[in-house]
Design a protein around this ligand. Structure first.
Ligand code: IPE
Ligand code: IPE
Ligand code: MG
Length: 237
């Protein structure tokens, strides 16, 4: 068997954690059980990314469109965020610098407080940058950035013709971070679903059939190997 090329140093990987519901359904369990198992997989994959030298990892946990789901599912996802994504994971010990991407205004006060504490408590960590996208939408993010620039124009601080791509990038939730090298989506779906729209202009896409709650370290090795065999041209030749 050919050796996998699993070099991951310096990479920014985006994860669309999808397939929790189908995983649960297959087992005759409530969808929440899939979200719970998915949160455990998240923890393990974060640790593995850190171990193999990934520079940044961005995890899509809840989209601006996911509010359309039944109220009880949304509630249980929010509860799991507090229990698993936040309480059960020692970000400081893992040495990750954590950033939450997304609009926090509709989130509960206690969840936002936990998010802020983690960001503050990990900001001087030297390991991987770990982005967790909660109530995140790529279009919503760009809209916020455009609004911020429009305000500067209105205040006379900025002329429209001086607006640059960099100025837009800087005003996204990921401001100052490098763009993703590849976006990985398990569950068999082949779409971006509003994740990192601006940032993934030149990202590679790796789609896998495995459902997120079944996703393993080996699956990540396979994805990295696939990425490492791609040729990126960025419009050149
Ligand atoms: C991803 O799994 C988790 C969230 C979107 C919160 P899904 O819940 O979308 O699982 P499927 O796609 O229905 O299987
Ligand atoms: C994308 O998955 C959002 C997250 C993984 C958080 P969805 O399950 O919401 O996406 P669609 O509806 O299949 O496009
Ligand atoms: Mg889904």
């Amino acid at each position: 068997m050919q050796q996998l090329d699993t070099r991951a140093e310096g990479l920014h990987i985006g994860f669309i954690m999808d397939g929790n519901g189908r995983w649960a359904k297959k087992r005759g369990l409530p969808r929440t059980a899939g979200h719970k198992k998915g949160a455990q997989v998240f923890q393990d994959i974060v640790r593995y990314c850190n171990q193999i030298g990934v520079e940044s990892a961005s995890f899509y946990a809840f989209s601006t469109e996911n509010w359309k789901r039944p109220e009880n599912e949304v509630e249980s996802i929010m509860r799991l965020f507090k229990e698993y994504l936040i309480k059960a994971f020692d970000y400081k010990k893992e040495n990750n610098r954590v950033c939450f991407l997304g609009d926090r205004t509709p989130l509960s006060r206690d969840l936002v407080q936990m998010m802020e504490e983690i960001e503050e408590g990990t900001k001087n960590n030297t390991g991987m940058t770990l982005n967790i996208a909660i109530n995140y939408g790529g279009r919503d993010e760009i809209t916020h950035a455009v609004r911020a620039l429009a305000q500067e124009v209105q205040q006379g601080k900025l002329a429209p013709e001086n607006i640059t791509e960099q100025m837009i990038s800087d005003r996204l939730y990921t401001g100052g971070q490098k763009d993703p090298d590849f976006i990985l989506r398990p569950s068999g779906e082949k779409r971006l679903s509003n994740f990192l729209l601006w940032q993934s202009a030149y990202a590679e896409f790796v789609y896998m059939d495995v459902l997120w709650p079944d996703f393993t370290r080996h699956d990540l090795d396979l994805a990295i190997d696939e990425y490492n065999h791609r040729t990126r041209r960025f419009g050149g030749i």
